[in-house]
Ligand binder design. Structure first.
Ligand code: NAD
Length: 430
């Protein structure tokens, strides 16, 4: 049951249970532990739990390794495969979609069920996973809150989305403004007070449904804007114009700010979350659905461009630089770069060499990865898919590859310089 009034018995929380030790949960657990809380970090993967308890991290995130090592050594963070009693429970588990793009809430359900035996009067339960509208009220509350505890009176439940940028998580998790939306006003208030103990940005109160929709709106906004850039780039290519030049010229207008196109949109957030809105309001989300389709089309367009280049050489050896969904991260979930490589393999466009300094070869089963030096030496078609720093710094002007395709814009200046070279260079940059 949900109560809108409450007794005001409140003890300052000291013990936090963070469920899900991935890109969001692990930094959150580390920050809380560093702030003085006693944290139990929970993950269903025993290998992740064992690593964290050794003071190591299973993901690449600047500064996280040192922080985890420190808080584990000081005994402030302990990882486990099952939850424990705590004052605050934070759920940070994945929220993917099914093949038909409908939300898959199985991890949220199992996390909520796992904490239920440990939830006591006075506890705060927070969902941080990006979730479809009403998940906090309709999924977390009924599964996580045991009877006879009442939400808003005995137990406090809220939604608080994450807005961090991978690569800057430890900074942004503290500095960014946060929105907190409780099931009742009292739930919101308790949650706000908790976040204010470790967040330097403003903690803005609202309702659970508003917080859920706001998070999805943020990512749908980004997706729609990127879709415009991607559509423009495909259109410009068709019309024989340089998309980046058009964007630079258009952005001289004081009220125009077109984003950079890329090989598509990937990652666990922007390529997934808009579908949650589309699923919740299918007849009011035509723009959002179209943007998703435009961005999902882009890898096919890029693969076609690569094949056209490959057709121009004998025995094409196609070097694909980058698999991660964005520069300088090790995350390749829903990555358009991966999709391009997959399509090139499937269409037998040539010998495919793929390289990514952040991707563990053991995690990439579709194709053995090739060292960068070998890719540069052997390929006669070189495609930049993810603009990792190590690729941005390549001496493009010195590469004697006949064909370059830059899907990111990172090589733009170098390619232009090559174009200006005498024709004997025989370079055919795109
Ligand atoms: N990664 C980001 O940049 C980002 C940014 C904002 C929001 N989010 C959202 O945060 C949520 C978590 O994303 P992530 O990137 O940290 O995911 P992740 O896959 O990196 O980590 C999730 C972890 O949860 C574990 N897990 C799954 N089910 C569990 C369960 N029932 N109990 C305990 N552990 C369980 C997994 O083993 C995994 O280690 C998602 O909803 C995502 O959309 C992510």
């Amino acid at each position: 049951m949900i109560r809108t009034t409450t007794s005001n018995r409140q003890v300052r929380p000291t013990r936090v249970c963070v469920v899900g030790l991935g890109y969001i949960g692990l930094p959150t657990a580390a920050i809380l532990a560093n702030r003085g809380y006693d944290v139990v970090g929970v993950d269903i993967r025993p290998d992740v739990v064992a690593m964290v308890n050794r003071g190591q991290v299973p993901i690449h995130e600047p500064g996280l390794g040192e922080l985890i090592e420190d808080v584990v050594r000081r005994g402030k963070l302990v990882a486990s495969t099952s939850p424990d009693e705590a004052d605050v429970f934070i759920i940070c588990v994945p929220t993917p979609f099914h093949p038909d793009k409908s939300p898959d809430l199985s991890c949220v359900r199992s996390a909520a069920a796992a904490i239920r035996p440990f939830v006591r009067s006075g506890n705060l339960i927070i969902l941080e996973s990006t979730s479809p509208p009403m998940t906090t009220r309709n999924t977390v509350v009924p599964i996580a809150v045991p009877e006879p505890l009442e939400v808003g009176q005995d137990v406090f439940v809220a939604y608080c989305p994450e807005r961090v940028l991978p690569g800057r998580i430890l900074v942004e998790a503290i500095q960014n403004d946060r929105i907190v939306g409780g099931i009742t006003e009292h739930c919101t208030q308790r949650t706000k007070e908790f976040y204010e103990t470790f967040v330097a940005g403003e903690v803005v109160p609202t309702t659970a449904i508003a917080a859920e929709v706001t998070k999805l709106a943020e990512n749908a906004f980004r997706d729609v804007n990127i879709a415009f850039a991607n559509e423009l780039s495909m259109m410009a290519d068709q019309l024989g114009a340089d998309p980046l030049e058009i964007i630079q010229l258009a952005n001289r207008h004081p009220r125009v700010n077109i984003l950079n196109p890329g090989p598509g949109v990937g990652g666990h957030c922007i390529s997934v979350d808009p579908w949650f809105l589309a699923h919740a309001a299918p007849h009011q989300s035509a723009l959002i659905q179209t943007a998703r389709m435009v961005n999902d089309t882009k890898p096919t367009f890029v693969a076609h461009q690569v094949r056209e280049l490959a057709d121009q050489v004998e025995s094409p050896v196609i070097g694909c630089l980058g698999l991660a969904y964005k520069p300088d991260v090790d995350d390749f979930r829903e990555s358009p770069s991966v999709e391009v490589v997959r399509q090139l393999i499937a269409s037998q466009a040539g010998e495919i060499l793929a390289c990514d300094p952040y991707v563990d070869a053991d995690h990439w089963e579709e194709l053995p990865l090739t060292p960068l030096s070998e890719v540069l030496e052997r390929s006669n078609v070189l495609v930049l898919l993810t603009a990792h720093q190590v690729f941005r710094e390549l001496p493009i002007a010195d590469l004697d590859h006949r064909h370059l395709l830059d899907t990111t814009g990172a090589w733009r200046a170098a390619i232009r310089a090559r174009q200006a070279m005498p024709a004997t260079d025989a370079a055919a940059p795109v």
